[in-house]
Design a protein around this ligand. Structure first.
Ligand code: 1GP
Length: 246
């Protein structure tokens, strides 16, 4: 089965992916969190970050892959975050921005390497939504997020992604965002496109995850809350959103 079909099984919404930033925790803790995530109901592990300082990305991915049976998927902040040990990659383009480096430049650098590694790439529109303060993604990418009170503008970006043939949209408030993506933005995108919908950034409670899911997210991504809160939060969020929209 393709990675895409494993990540987005038909008719099954309400799925939790856990994002691990290799810089945020010692490797031993990353493995513990990934193992706990698997036991507690997460269905995939994303690995990456907009700003990484350590130089052991590949070996972290390999260690995670050895530790869990879940798909381990690259979510790279740039073309340096690649590893053949992953199951595949969210091949993102920062469509909300107007910086050519993150629209196409990093992707051109990465494409031959991804091909050589044999990684399945899932073409994904990455849309940064304003969330209350400057996030690392905003600063590092030197792009402006889309205003959070403009759902139709966000939806237009998602429609452009679908017309390009992309398979998923990732609505991103930014890691540790003060405010997650507003539900009316998620709803507007859900109504406008039929491609898979991923929502992340600032989701730190079962309630916030349910709000995103009810608004139409197929997948909720949680990183910071898992790093801070440990396994209990994984179990609570995964249970709360299981089964998707009510
Ligand atoms: C960040 O969407 C992810 O790229 C997850 O965000 O760390 O705020 O959960 P958090």
């Amino acid at each position: 089965m393709s990675l895409y079909n494993r990540l987005f099984p038909r008719g099954k919404g309400g799925r939790l992916w856990v994002l691990l930033d290799p810089d945020s925790l010692p490797r031993r803790r990353l493995i513990q969190v990934a193992t706990a995530a698997q036991q507690d109901g997460a269905v995939a592990i994303l690995v990456g970050g907009s700003f990484l300082c350590k130089d052991d990305f590949g070996s972290v991915v390999r260690a995670l892959k050895r530790a869990v049976n879940l798909p381990v998927v690259l979510f790279p902040g740039n073309s340096g975050q690649l590893s053949r040990y992953a199951d595949g990659i969210l091949f993102t383009s920062l469509l909300s921005g107007r910086n050519p480096q993150y629209l196409i430049g990093e992707q051109v650098m990465a494409a031959p390497i991804i091909r050589r590694m044999g990684l399945e790439a899932i073409p994904t529109a990455y849309l940064l939504i304003e969330s209350g303060r400057t996030t690392s993604t905003e600063f590092v990418s030197d792009t402006r997020p889309i205003p959070r009170d403009k759902p139709q503008l966000v939806a237009a970006h998602a429609q452009a992604a679908e017309l390009f043939g992309m398979k998923a949209v990732y609505l991103e408030a930014g890691s540790g965002a003060e405010q997650p993506v507003p539900p009316d933005v998620v709803r507007a995108v859900r109504k406008s496109v039929s491609i898979s919908l991923i929502v992340g950034g600032g989701i730190a409670s079962p309630e916030a995850a349910v709000t995103a899911t009810e608004a139409g997210a197929d997948v909720v991504v949680v990183g910071t809350a898992v790093e801070r809160g440990g396994r209990e939060i994984i179990h609570r969020i995964a249970s709360a959103i299981k089964g998707g929209r009510k």
